[in-house]
Design a protein around this ligand. Structure first.
Ligand SMILES: *[C@@H]1O[C@H](CO)[C@@H](O)[C@H](O)[C@H]1NC(C)=O
Length: 305
């Protein structure tokens, strides 16, 4: 007995050591996995600059009419949508209404009847913008899963920071941001002009991109295709892509295999687009629990106030 108990004690000891090491490493690994989210959420206090400092040349022209255009009706998002918008629209519409009222912008909240049933609802932004383009100088399209997180920032300041001046007649027509996949169709500015009218008509005409899947509708792919095929001259004259995605289209960073991969292989893009406190707008692009996210962020904003 005595001879056999010694090796067993050695084995037990080794097991215990391994267990202790695991008990130390496990919390450490958990902590490390949370670190990117913690750091990215503080990107702005760590020195990231989404919006250049307040310009002294920014003059708000009271004659310019700006409108935020968004979808307002629950039914319009499709009841079977996997990434359900249920319960999100009321909260995001309230958020947009308060922001628009504070700055004197119009809010165009589209009813379900504005949705063309022959295509996924997301395509109807093209029709809605086309219909309202003549009534305002600038339209600011917002997908329903977006919230203004820093209402202090006026839209004119965002436009100025991209365009470099506030001369309406001399401005480009389309102001976009870029994420991992290229330009994003969820949040962008479009200016009243003949070029914009034609561009929206051409966009709507990209019928080969229309797709009925739970996560893709094809409108973003069509926009990307059109932008990619503009000549350099046309691009220069009519389109601006913000240097920093976080200027007006920040995505919350959540730990997944995909986001971890992007963090490692596309660090600058992650850095430019991750939502951080102080950003103008959050966009729950690609996230499933939009309602949970909306409630959380609305809560955060109210706490900060
Ligand atoms: C879009 O398609 C319609 C119908 O085919 C056509 O009349 C119109 O000229 C097209 N517009 C553009 C800008 O391509």
């Amino acid at each position: 007995m005595a001879e056999r108990s010694r090796p067993r004690r050695a084995v037990d000891h080794r097991h215990r050591l391994r267990l202790r090491r695991l008990l130390v490493l496990l919390p450490l690994a958990l902590l490390l996995s949370q670190l990117p989210a913690l750091l990215l959420r503080r990107a702005n206090s760590l020195g990231r600059r989404c919006l250049p400092g307040a310009p002294d040349r920014l003059v708000r022209d009271p004659r310019l009419s700006l409108a935020i255009v968004t979808l307002a009706d629950e039914g319009a998002s499709g009841s079977r949508a996997r990434r359900s918008f249920r319960g999100v629209l009321a909260a995001t519409a309230r958020n947009k209404r308060a922001y628009a009222a504070a700055h004197g912008y119009r809010l165009v909240a589209l009813p379900a009847s504005a949705v063309d049933p022959r295509r996924p609802p997301s395509w109807s932004k093209v029709l809605a913008l086309r219909a309202h383009l003549r009534r305002h100088h600038w339209l600011f399209w917002n997908d329903a899963d977006t919230l203004v997180t820093n209402p202090e920032i006026p839209l004119e300041r965002i436009l100025f920071s991209v365009i470099g001046h506030s001369d309406f007649d001399d401005s480009p027509d389309l102001v976009l941001t870029e994420d991992f996949g290229g330009v994003n169709a969820g949040v962008f500015f479009i200016r009243r002009s003949k070029w914009s009218e034609r561009f929206l008509d051409t966009w709507w005409n990209q019928t080969s991109f229309v797709q009925f899947s739970s996560t893709k509708s094809g409108d973003n792919a069509a926009l990307k295709h059109l932008i990619d095929h503009l000549s350099a001259e046309e691009m220069q004259a009519h389109v601006r892509i913000a240097k920093m995605q976080c200027l007006f289209n920040s995505y919350p960073w959540v730990l997944t295999w995909k986001s971890a991969h992007r963090l490692i292989f596309h660090l600058p893009t992650t850095w430019k687009g991750a939502y951080s406190d102080g950003d103008f707008m959050i966009h729950f692009a690609g996230l499933d629990d939009k309602k949970g996210w909306t409630n959380k962020i609305v809560g955060d904003i109210e706490t900060l106030r």
